[in-house]
Design a protein around this ligand. Structure first.
Ligand SMILES: [Zn+2]
Length: 296
């Protein structure tokens, strides 16, 4: 599933290849790809014709392309969505859901999605008072991600303390901080030497700072790794097979030695998924210790 670094790689690719160009035609090959758009597939296609992609922006895992001051094309990649830019005459693969051709006759933009969880949506732009920039209305409730200029570390720390939940749950809560999925949460917690089940109200300011630094470092490094593999005409989504896999310290490494202290990495069940951590570097404290059976 694409996380922030993968989505940012796609955004950068679209910025490079598509921004500034005007849509000649939009073709919807599978109506599921525009299922949230009230205008339906034909209405969506008609509304996109003649529009110019003015900016490519991102918040967390959402991408949007401003079309003027009031509207944007919003995209969510779901599990397997990709944007691919290429020669407009190449054959259509069966997974192409929507295609945009451009008035300049140059490379087209194809939204492909094997599992059809992703979607595109023509939406109004909102400008709520507490945001430093304009975001699409349907995602106005999503908190800024840690790589955005709108992200406010002090406000994050205050809200985190009030959450009174497990630290990893808070990191995955898109209304508190966006763009962090299971993999990057585990990696950031390992780097910050914090236990995933730690109760958020017990965190000291220095620990929150350390956590935010770790989150930013992990996302930035993964972004660099994701950015290495896209060439001129391919707007890449790295997904779980990305280059960054080689840099993982905790996620998916159960039983392997911790890179800092050589203690085997431990896996705990977490919200129908897993949490990977080092039992030595990421000490469970107090109630957390009993809860996760740290004595095991
Ligand atoms: Zn360790």
């Amino acid at each position: 599933m694409p996380e922030l670094p993968e989505v940012e790689t796609v955004r950068a690719g679209i910025e490079q290849h598509v921004v500034g160009r005007t849509v000649a035609a939009a073709e919807v090959f599978n109506p599921r790809a525009v299922r949230r758009d009230l205008a339906g597939p034909d209405g969506f296609a008609a509304a996109m014709a003649g529009r110019t992609f003015l900016r490519a922006e991102r918040r967390g895992k959402y991408l949007w392309f401003a079309l003027d001051d009031t509207e944007a094309l919003l995209a969510h990649l779901g599990m397997s969505g990709q944007f691919i830019v290429g020669d407009p005459d190449r054959p259509l693969s069966p997974h192409v859901r929507v295609r945009f051709t451009f008035t300049d006759g140059g490379p087209d933009l194809r939204f492909t999605d094997q599992r059809t969880f992703g979607h595109l949506w023509l939406v109004p732009l909102a400008d709520p008072d507490d945001r430093s920039r304009v975001v699409p209305e349907p995602i106005a409730h999503i908190a800024p991600d840690p790589l955005e200029s709108a992200f406010d570390p002090k406000a994050f720390a205050e809200r985190l303390a009030r959450k009174k939940t497990q630290l990893k749950r808070a990191l995955l809560d898109q209304s508190l901080i966006s763009g962090i999925g299971n993999i990057y949460a585990d990696e950031a917690l390992w780097r910050a030497k914090l236990h995933w089940a730690r109760s958020t109200e017990t965190l000291r300011p220095a620990e929150v700072s350390r956590l935010l630094e770790a989150v930013r470092d992990v996302l930035s490094e993964a972004l660099k790794a994701g950015g290495t593999s896209f060439d001129a005409l391919y707007v890449n989504v790295n997904g779980e097979s990305g280059y960054f896999d080689r840099s993982l310290n905790a996620y998916g490494r159960e039983g392997e030695p911790c890179g800092r202290c050589a203690t085997p990495i431990r896996r705990d069940a977490f919200m129908n998924r897993s949490s990977y951590s080092c039992p030595t570097c990421q000490k469970a404290v107090g109630a957390v210790r009993a809860q996760v059976g740290a004595a095991r």
